[in-house]
Design a binder for this molecule. Sequence first.
Ligand code: F6R
Ligand code: MG
Ligand code: MG
Length: 378
Amino acid sequence: MKVTLSVIKADIGGYVGHSESHPDIIAKAAECLNKAKKDGLLIDCQATKCGDDLQLIMTHQKGTSSYDIHKLAWDTFVEGTKLAKKMKLYGAGQDMLKDSFAGNVKGMGPGLAEMEIEERISEPVLIFMADKTSAGAWNMPLYKMFADPFNTIGLVIAANMHNGFTFEVHDVKDHKKIRFNAPEEIYDMLVLIGAAARFAVKAVYHRDNGEIAAVSSTERLYESAGRYVGKDDPVCIVRSQGIFPAVGEVLEPFAAPILVQGWMRGSHMGPLMPVALIDSTPSRFDGPPRVICLGYQLCNGTLIGPRDMFADKSFDLARQQANEMADMMRRHGPFEPHRLPLEEMEYTTMPQVMEKLNGRFQSLDAPFKTKAPASHEQ
Ligand code: F6R
Ligand code: MG
Ligand code: MG
């Protein structure tokens, strides 16, 4: 049976500030989705959250980029925005960049990951959702899952994975895409995906049969809006077991926290902390960035689950390490590498400061025209 799994998300208002989603907003979204399920548009659905992002998880048979499904998601966000405005939640409608629906939510503010699959005899899927970070955050984890034998032993000892995977990489600034075959092209691929602010892994495919293994959201809100309006807070769907990495191989990259872009004002590097759903409440310096993972068994499109995968005790040490990394980064205050390079910051006062200082800059070998303060005089 062919089933499409669509995860569409948007920040339509935070509680308190940008730290969480209000339960009434999630309940409102669940109401909208359940109505669509009753009407037969959806096979199954769940509304959930990661930090201040509302997440719509839907199964159906309309394929990817379906007008009906995207319209349902858009209308659900519109309804949620109305409620968020009524409750005066923070940043109500923040990711709704357009006034009316234009056929596809892509480029309109929300983020999305969708895959159409032939459901296997048993179909375990893992849905990752992150807050206070951007699409490139999935690059290293996806690389480790599907190309690194130190993470995924199946690449070495499982015959059905030994030929490797194909990676689809998007240049999010120049709007181009390219495919790489792992393992033989990993060095070329790493040149690109190591620059995670520009190149994002969009999808991964099994090389023997072309089956889709993973898909991520690669939207960059500032590209859509023409200005920065919030980091993208990306999502990613990964199929698991059998010809794909085992659940433990898919989760393993998150046991060693890495630094990603985002955090306070979308302008910092910080550790990506794997947490249980209940702990996706980024509060320290609006962070540090969080990732949750909900696991499901698909059953003829029905979502059996979720299991809250990072609730497991074995991720306690990763959380501890992420907190220590957060401390170490915070020590830098407004200095790089905690603060992002100028061109990557979501907030900047650089144009105003440069405007103010205009005329005060002189060439290095010219004597200062203005007199130095007394303490600097020789
Ligand atoms: C980062 C984020 C927050 C806000 C910060 C300032 O993605 O959402 O760190 O950038 O709280 O928010 P405003 O400008 O809305 O007061
Ligand atoms: Mg927000
Ligand atoms: Mg968010």
